[in-house]
Design a protein around this ligand. Sequence first.
Ligand code: EPS
Length: 393
Amino acid sequence: MLRFLTAGESHGPTLTAILEGFPAGVPISAEAVNRDLARRQRGFGSGGRMKIERDRVRITSGIIGGRTTGAPIALHVDNDDWPNWEGRQVTPVTRPRPGHADLTGGIKYGYEDLRWALERASARETTMRVAVGALCKCLLAEFGIRVGGYVVALGPVEARVDHLDYPTRWELAEQNDVRCPDHEAAAAMEEAIRAVIRDQDTLGGIFEVVATGVPPGLGSHVHWDRKLEARIAQAIMSIPAIKGVEIGPAFRNARRRGSEVHDPFEWRDGRIVRPTNNAGGFEGGVTTGEPIVVRAAMKPISTILKGMPSVNLATGQPERTIYERSDFTAVPRAAVVGEAMLAFVLADALLEKLGGDSLAELKARYALLLEEQARWLREGVSDHPYTWQVGLE
Ligand code: EPS
Protein backbone atom coordinates (compact mmCIF):
# COMPACT_ATOMS: atom_id res chain seq x y z
CA MET A 1 0.00 0.00 0.00
CA LEU A 2 2.48 2.51 1.28
CA ARG A 3 6.14 2.62 0.33
CA PHE A 4 9.05 4.98 0.62
CA LEU A 5 12.52 5.31 -0.71
CA THR A 6 15.33 7.43 0.67
CA ALA A 7 18.38 8.78 -1.14
CA GLY A 8 21.34 10.88 -0.10
CA GLU A 9 24.83 10.64 1.34
CA SER A 10 25.77 11.64 4.88
CA HIS A 11 28.12 14.39 3.64
CA GLY A 12 26.43 15.11 0.32
CA PRO A 13 24.26 18.14 -0.41
CA THR A 14 20.75 16.84 0.34
CA LEU A 15 18.74 13.94 1.73
CA THR A 16 15.56 12.98 -0.11
CA ALA A 17 12.57 10.71 0.47
CA ILE A 18 9.60 9.86 -1.69
CA LEU A 19 6.52 8.53 0.08
CA GLU A 20 4.01 6.87 -2.23
CA GLY A 21 0.51 5.47 -1.64
CA PHE A 22 -0.43 8.10 0.95
CA PRO A 23 -4.16 8.98 0.80
CA ALA A 24 -5.47 12.39 -0.22
CA GLY A 25 -6.91 14.97 2.13
CA VAL A 26 -4.68 14.40 5.17
CA PRO A 27 -3.77 17.70 6.84
CA ILE A 28 0.02 17.99 7.24
CA SER A 29 2.03 20.78 8.79
CA ALA A 30 5.74 21.21 8.13
CA GLU A 31 5.94 22.04 11.83
CA ALA A 32 4.86 18.50 12.78
CA VAL A 33 7.68 17.13 10.60
CA ASN A 34 10.24 19.65 11.88
CA ARG A 35 9.31 18.89 15.49
CA ASP A 36 10.21 15.21 15.03
CA LEU A 37 13.34 16.11 13.05
CA ALA A 38 14.46 18.27 15.98
CA ARG A 39 13.64 15.47 18.45
CA ARG A 40 15.81 13.07 16.41
CA GLN A 41 18.69 15.52 16.67
CA ARG A 42 18.54 15.91 20.44
CA GLY A 43 20.30 13.45 22.71
CA PHE A 44 23.31 13.44 25.04
CA GLY A 45 26.22 11.48 23.58
CA SER A 46 26.07 12.97 20.07
CA GLY A 47 29.31 14.02 18.40
CA GLY A 48 30.10 17.37 16.74
CA ARG A 49 27.90 16.87 13.68
CA MET A 50 24.66 17.68 15.48
CA LYS A 51 26.04 21.16 16.31
CA ILE A 52 26.29 21.79 12.55
CA GLU A 53 22.95 20.45 11.34
CA ARG A 54 19.57 22.17 11.82
CA ASP A 55 17.29 19.70 10.06
CA ARG A 56 14.24 21.26 8.44
CA VAL A 57 12.05 19.67 5.82
CA ARG A 58 11.34 21.02 2.36
CA ILE A 59 8.26 19.46 0.74
CA THR A 60 8.23 19.83 -3.04
CA SER A 61 5.30 17.68 -4.16
CA GLY A 62 2.22 15.79 -3.06
CA ILE A 63 0.98 18.40 -0.59
CA ILE A 64 -0.99 21.44 -1.71
CA GLY A 65 -2.56 23.96 0.64
CA GLY A 66 -1.51 21.92 3.69
CA ARG A 67 -3.26 18.73 2.55
CA THR A 68 -2.00 15.65 0.78
CA THR A 69 -3.22 15.17 -2.81
CA GLY A 70 -2.67 11.41 -3.13
CA ALA A 71 0.37 12.00 -5.36
CA PRO A 72 3.89 10.91 -4.34
CA ILE A 73 5.22 13.17 -1.59
CA ALA A 74 8.80 14.38 -2.07
CA LEU A 75 10.67 15.45 1.05
CA HIS A 76 14.13 17.00 1.30
CA VAL A 77 16.47 17.92 4.14
CA ASP A 78 19.67 19.77 3.24
CA ASN A 79 22.97 18.82 4.89
CA ASP A 80 24.37 22.01 6.43
CA ASP A 81 27.76 20.21 6.58
CA TRP A 82 27.92 20.04 2.76
CA PRO A 83 29.89 23.30 2.23
CA ASN A 84 32.63 21.79 4.45
CA TRP A 85 32.97 18.83 2.05
CA GLU A 86 32.21 20.20 -1.41
CA GLY A 87 35.26 20.03 -3.65
CA ARG A 88 37.51 18.94 -0.75
CA GLN A 89 40.31 16.38 -1.20
CA VAL A 90 39.38 13.62 1.23
CA THR A 91 41.79 10.91 2.42
CA PRO A 92 40.40 7.49 1.50
CA VAL A 93 39.25 5.18 4.29
CA THR A 94 41.31 1.97 4.01
CA ARG A 95 41.06 0.57 7.56
CA PRO A 96 37.53 -0.79 8.07
CA ARG A 97 35.89 -0.29 11.46
CA PRO A 98 34.80 -3.57 13.08
CA GLY A 99 31.01 -3.54 13.42
CA HIS A 100 30.48 -0.92 10.69
CA ALA A 101 29.41 -1.42 7.06
CA ASP A 102 32.87 -0.26 5.87
CA LEU A 103 34.17 -3.73 5.01
CA THR A 104 30.97 -5.52 4.00
CA GLY A 105 29.85 -2.54 1.90
CA GLY A 106 33.28 -2.39 0.27
CA ILE A 107 33.27 -6.11 -0.51
CA LYS A 108 29.78 -5.90 -1.96
CA TYR A 109 30.38 -2.95 -4.28
CA GLY A 110 34.15 -3.25 -4.80
CA TYR A 111 34.89 0.26 -3.54
CA GLU A 112 38.44 1.64 -3.78
CA ASP A 113 37.56 3.97 -0.93
CA LEU A 114 35.53 2.50 1.95
CA ARG A 115 34.11 5.99 2.49
CA TRP A 116 31.43 5.26 -0.08
CA ALA A 117 30.11 2.55 2.22
CA LEU A 118 29.98 4.82 5.25
CA GLU A 119 28.41 7.68 3.32
CA ARG A 120 25.28 5.65 2.73
CA ALA A 121 25.35 3.37 5.79
CA SER A 122 25.49 6.46 8.02
CA ALA A 123 22.57 6.99 10.35
CA ARG A 124 22.19 10.39 8.73
CA GLU A 125 19.79 8.56 6.41
CA THR A 126 17.38 8.09 9.30
CA THR A 127 16.54 11.81 9.04
CA MET A 128 14.31 10.97 6.08
CA ARG A 129 12.69 8.05 7.85
CA VAL A 130 11.69 10.41 10.62
CA ALA A 131 10.25 12.87 8.07
CA VAL A 132 8.23 10.05 6.46
CA GLY A 133 7.19 8.76 9.89
CA ALA A 134 5.94 12.22 10.88
CA LEU A 135 3.55 12.19 7.90
CA CYS A 136 2.37 8.69 8.88
CA LYS A 137 1.78 9.93 12.44
CA CYS A 138 -0.45 12.71 11.00
CA LEU A 139 -2.54 10.03 9.25
CA LEU A 140 -2.69 7.76 12.32
CA ALA A 141 -3.72 10.70 14.54
CA GLU A 142 -6.88 11.06 12.43
CA PHE A 143 -7.87 7.62 13.79
CA GLY A 144 -6.84 8.30 17.39
CA ILE A 145 -3.60 6.30 17.07
CA ARG A 146 -0.57 7.74 18.87
CA VAL A 147 3.04 6.60 18.62
CA GLY A 148 5.82 7.47 21.07
CA GLY A 149 9.17 6.17 22.25
CA TYR A 150 11.66 6.32 25.09
CA VAL A 151 14.87 4.73 26.33
CA VAL A 152 14.69 1.91 28.90
CA ALA A 153 18.37 0.92 29.09
CA LEU A 154 21.63 2.60 28.22
CA GLY A 155 24.72 0.45 28.61
CA PRO A 156 24.43 -1.17 32.06
CA VAL A 157 21.83 1.31 33.40
CA GLU A 158 18.20 0.16 33.40
CA ALA A 159 15.15 2.36 33.88
CA ARG A 160 11.99 1.53 35.87
CA VAL A 161 8.94 2.55 33.87
CA ASP A 162 6.34 -0.18 34.49
CA HIS A 163 4.33 1.92 36.95
CA LEU A 164 3.84 4.76 34.41
CA ASP A 165 1.16 4.89 31.68
CA TYR A 166 2.39 5.42 28.13
CA PRO A 167 1.51 9.12 27.63
CA THR A 168 3.28 9.86 30.93
CA ARG A 169 6.36 7.92 29.79
CA TRP A 170 6.44 9.89 26.52
CA GLU A 171 6.09 13.19 28.32
CA LEU A 172 8.71 12.47 31.00
CA ALA A 173 11.14 11.13 28.39
CA GLU A 174 11.20 14.47 26.55
CA GLN A 175 12.31 16.22 29.74
CA ASN A 176 15.89 14.95 29.73
CA ASP A 177 18.69 14.48 27.22
CA VAL A 178 18.68 10.68 27.24
CA ARG A 179 14.94 10.43 26.50
CA CYS A 180 14.30 8.30 29.60
CA PRO A 181 11.06 8.57 31.63
CA ASP A 182 12.83 7.46 34.85
CA HIS A 183 14.74 10.61 35.78
CA GLU A 184 16.88 8.90 38.38
CA ALA A 185 18.02 6.33 35.82
CA ALA A 186 18.47 9.15 33.31
CA ALA A 187 21.06 10.80 35.57
CA ALA A 188 22.93 7.46 35.81
CA MET A 189 22.71 7.06 32.01
CA GLU A 190 24.25 10.50 31.51
CA GLU A 191 27.03 9.52 33.90
CA ALA A 192 27.60 6.29 31.93
CA ILE A 193 27.87 8.32 28.72
CA ARG A 194 30.34 10.73 30.35
CA ALA A 195 32.42 7.68 31.33
CA VAL A 196 32.60 6.35 27.75
CA ILE A 197 33.44 9.83 26.42
CA ARG A 198 36.30 9.93 28.96
CA ASP A 199 37.40 6.42 27.99
CA GLN A 200 37.03 7.15 24.24
CA ASP A 201 34.48 4.37 23.86
CA THR A 202 30.78 3.96 22.94
CA LEU A 203 27.52 2.59 24.42
CA GLY A 204 24.41 0.87 23.15
CA GLY A 205 21.07 0.35 24.83
CA ILE A 206 17.40 -0.54 24.54
CA PHE A 207 14.50 1.69 23.52
CA GLU A 208 10.80 1.02 23.52
CA VAL A 209 8.31 2.34 20.96
CA VAL A 210 4.61 2.10 21.65
CA ALA A 211 1.44 2.72 19.67
CA THR A 212 -1.87 3.29 21.47
CA GLY A 213 -5.37 3.40 20.01
CA VAL A 214 -4.64 0.76 17.35
CA PRO A 215 -7.84 -1.15 16.46
CA PRO A 216 -7.91 -4.94 16.77
CA GLY A 217 -7.71 -6.99 13.58
CA LEU A 218 -4.78 -5.41 11.68
CA GLY A 219 -2.28 -7.86 10.20
CA SER A 220 -2.86 -11.54 9.49
CA HIS A 221 -2.53 -14.95 11.09
CA VAL A 222 -2.83 -16.76 7.76
CA HIS A 223 0.22 -15.52 5.82
CA TRP A 224 3.78 -15.48 7.12
CA ASP A 225 4.61 -12.27 5.28
CA ARG A 226 1.52 -10.41 6.45
CA LYS A 227 1.94 -11.08 10.16
CA LEU A 228 2.10 -7.52 11.41
CA GLU A 229 4.53 -8.12 14.25
CA ALA A 230 6.93 -9.66 11.72
CA ARG A 231 6.62 -6.61 9.49
CA ILE A 232 7.29 -4.35 12.47
CA ALA A 233 10.35 -6.42 13.43
CA GLN A 234 11.74 -6.06 9.91
CA ALA A 235 11.17 -2.31 9.90
CA ILE A 236 12.76 -1.78 13.31
CA MET A 237 15.65 -4.12 12.51
CA SER A 238 16.43 -2.02 9.43
CA ILE A 239 17.43 0.92 11.63
CA PRO A 240 21.24 1.19 11.71
CA ALA A 241 22.85 -0.63 14.67
CA ILE A 242 19.64 -2.41 15.77
CA LYS A 243 20.50 -6.06 16.40
CA GLY A 244 17.48 -7.29 18.35
CA VAL A 245 13.72 -6.68 18.42
CA GLU A 246 11.08 -8.06 20.78
CA ILE A 247 7.32 -7.56 20.95
CA GLY A 248 6.31 -6.87 24.53
CA PRO A 249 8.57 -8.47 27.16
CA ALA A 250 9.18 -11.47 24.85
CA PHE A 251 12.53 -12.59 26.27
CA ARG A 252 11.26 -12.26 29.84
CA ASN A 253 8.13 -14.25 28.87
CA ALA A 254 10.34 -17.00 27.49
CA ARG A 255 11.62 -17.70 31.00
CA ARG A 256 8.14 -17.97 32.55
CA ARG A 257 5.23 -20.41 32.55
CA GLY A 258 2.36 -20.00 30.11
CA SER A 259 -0.17 -19.31 32.84
CA GLU A 260 1.98 -16.40 34.04
CA VAL A 261 2.46 -14.98 30.56
CA HIS A 262 -0.80 -15.09 28.61
CA ASP A 263 -3.17 -12.18 29.03
CA PRO A 264 -6.55 -13.36 30.34
CA PHE A 265 -9.70 -12.20 28.53
CA GLU A 266 -12.47 -10.31 30.24
CA TRP A 267 -15.86 -9.22 28.94
CA ARG A 268 -16.54 -5.55 29.70
CA ASP A 269 -19.38 -3.47 28.20
CA GLY A 270 -19.68 -5.59 25.06
CA ARG A 271 -15.93 -5.63 24.49
CA ILE A 272 -13.13 -8.10 25.12
CA VAL A 273 -10.44 -6.55 27.29
CA ARG A 274 -7.19 -7.80 28.72
CA PRO A 275 -6.07 -6.51 32.10
CA THR A 276 -2.44 -7.23 31.14
CA ASN A 277 -0.50 -6.88 27.88
CA ASN A 278 2.37 -9.36 28.00
CA ALA A 279 1.60 -10.11 24.35
CA GLY A 280 2.72 -6.58 23.41
CA GLY A 281 -0.42 -5.90 21.36
CA PHE A 282 -0.41 -9.03 19.16
CA GLU A 283 -1.93 -12.49 19.07
CA GLY A 284 -1.29 -14.58 15.95
CA GLY A 285 0.35 -11.68 14.13
CA VAL A 286 -2.89 -9.66 14.41
CA THR A 287 -3.40 -6.58 16.59
CA THR A 288 -5.40 -7.16 19.78
CA GLY A 289 -6.40 -3.54 20.36
CA GLU A 290 -4.01 -3.30 23.31
CA PRO A 291 -0.97 -1.00 23.02
CA ILE A 292 1.66 -2.25 20.60
CA VAL A 293 4.94 -2.43 22.48
CA VAL A 294 8.18 -2.88 20.56
CA ARG A 295 11.58 -3.11 22.22
CA ALA A 296 14.80 -2.74 20.24
CA ALA A 297 18.40 -3.48 21.19
CA MET A 298 20.99 -1.14 19.71
CA LYS A 299 24.63 -2.17 19.63
CA PRO A 300 27.27 0.35 20.72
CA ILE A 301 28.34 2.74 17.91
CA SER A 302 31.15 1.12 15.92
CA THR A 303 33.23 4.29 15.44
CA ILE A 304 35.41 4.18 18.53
CA LEU A 305 37.73 7.07 19.41
CA LYS A 306 40.46 4.90 20.95
CA GLY A 307 40.41 2.66 17.87
CA MET A 308 39.98 -1.06 17.27
CA PRO A 309 42.28 -3.66 15.74
CA SER A 310 41.86 -3.64 11.96
CA VAL A 311 43.77 -4.21 8.75
CA ASN A 312 44.89 -1.55 6.31
CA LEU A 313 43.48 -2.99 3.09
CA ALA A 314 45.83 -0.78 1.02
CA THR A 315 48.93 -2.46 2.53
CA GLY A 316 47.65 -5.70 4.14
CA GLN A 317 49.25 -4.58 7.41
CA PRO A 318 47.51 -4.83 10.79
CA GLU A 319 46.67 -1.32 11.98
CA ARG A 320 44.18 0.27 14.34
CA THR A 321 41.19 2.12 12.92
CA ILE A 322 41.51 5.87 12.56
CA TYR A 323 38.86 8.02 14.16
CA GLU A 324 36.18 9.60 12.06
CA ARG A 325 34.02 12.12 13.92
CA SER A 326 31.02 10.26 15.33
CA ASP A 327 28.65 9.83 18.27
CA PHE A 328 29.36 8.16 21.63
CA THR A 329 25.83 6.82 21.83
CA ALA A 330 22.75 7.31 19.67
CA VAL A 331 20.14 5.36 21.65
CA PRO A 332 18.12 8.45 22.74
CA ARG A 333 17.91 9.56 19.11
CA ALA A 334 17.26 6.08 17.71
CA ALA A 335 14.03 5.92 19.73
CA VAL A 336 12.61 8.65 17.48
CA VAL A 337 13.61 6.67 14.39
CA GLY A 338 11.88 3.63 15.92
CA GLU A 339 8.68 5.67 16.30
CA ALA A 340 8.88 6.63 12.63
CA MET A 341 9.30 3.05 11.43
CA LEU A 342 6.46 1.83 13.64
CA ALA A 343 4.22 4.66 12.41
CA PHE A 344 5.02 3.76 8.80
CA VAL A 345 4.17 0.06 9.22
CA LEU A 346 0.96 0.84 11.12
CA ALA A 347 -0.16 3.39 8.51
CA ASP A 348 0.48 0.77 5.84
CA ALA A 349 -1.51 -1.87 7.77
CA LEU A 350 -4.40 0.53 8.35
CA LEU A 351 -4.56 1.42 4.65
CA GLU A 352 -4.45 -2.27 3.79
CA LYS A 353 -7.38 -2.95 6.12
CA LEU A 354 -9.51 0.00 5.05
CA GLY A 355 -8.63 0.56 1.39
CA GLY A 356 -9.69 3.92 -0.02
CA ASP A 357 -7.90 6.86 -1.56
CA SER A 358 -8.96 9.78 0.58
CA LEU A 359 -9.17 10.52 4.28
CA ALA A 360 -12.95 10.94 4.02
CA GLU A 361 -13.28 7.49 2.46
CA LEU A 362 -10.98 5.96 5.08
CA LYS A 363 -12.92 7.52 7.94
CA ALA A 364 -16.27 6.23 6.64
CA ARG A 365 -14.78 2.75 6.28
CA TYR A 366 -13.22 2.94 9.72
CA ALA A 367 -16.60 3.65 11.31
CA LEU A 368 -18.06 0.64 9.45
CA LEU A 369 -15.17 -1.56 10.59
CA LEU A 370 -15.73 -0.72 14.25
CA GLU A 371 -19.46 -1.29 13.85
CA GLU A 372 -18.93 -4.69 12.23
CA GLN A 373 -16.41 -5.76 14.89
CA ALA A 374 -18.95 -4.89 17.58
CA ARG A 375 -21.71 -6.81 15.73
CA TRP A 376 -19.51 -9.88 15.39
CA LEU A 377 -18.74 -9.83 19.11
CA ARG A 378 -22.48 -9.58 19.87
CA GLU A 379 -23.83 -12.18 17.47
CA GLY A 380 -21.15 -13.58 15.16
CA VAL A 381 -20.04 -16.70 17.04
CA SER A 382 -22.30 -19.74 17.02
CA ASP A 383 -22.25 -22.81 19.28
CA HIS A 384 -24.14 -25.04 16.80
CA PRO A 385 -22.26 -28.21 15.79
CA TYR A 386 -21.03 -28.51 12.18
CA THR A 387 -19.60 -31.30 10.08
CA TRP A 388 -15.90 -31.04 9.40
CA GLN A 389 -15.36 -31.39 5.67
CA VAL A 390 -12.44 -29.97 3.75
CA GLY A 391 -13.27 -28.51 0.35
CA LEU A 392 -16.62 -28.79 -1.45
CA GLU A 393 -18.24 -31.93 -2.85
C1 EPS B 1 27.43 8.76 11.60
C2 EPS B 1 28.48 9.58 11.98
C3 EPS B 1 28.24 10.98 12.44
C4 EPS B 1 26.83 11.08 12.97
C5 EPS B 1 25.93 10.63 11.86
C6 EPS B 1 26.04 9.15 11.73
O1 EPS B 1 28.32 11.91 11.39
P1 EPS B 1 29.70 12.59 11.01
O2 EPS B 1 30.55 11.50 10.45
O3 EPS B 1 29.37 13.64 9.98
O4 EPS B 1 30.23 13.19 12.27
O5 EPS B 1 26.55 12.36 13.45
O6 EPS B 1 24.59 10.92 12.14
C7 EPS B 1 24.07 12.04 11.59
C8 EPS B 1 24.74 12.92 10.87
C9 EPS B 1 22.65 12.19 11.91
O7 EPS B 1 22.03 13.16 11.42
O8 EPS B 1 22.14 11.35 12.66
C10 EPS B 1 27.69 7.42 11.08
O9 EPS B 1 28.81 7.12 10.69
O10 EPS B 1 26.76 6.59 11.03
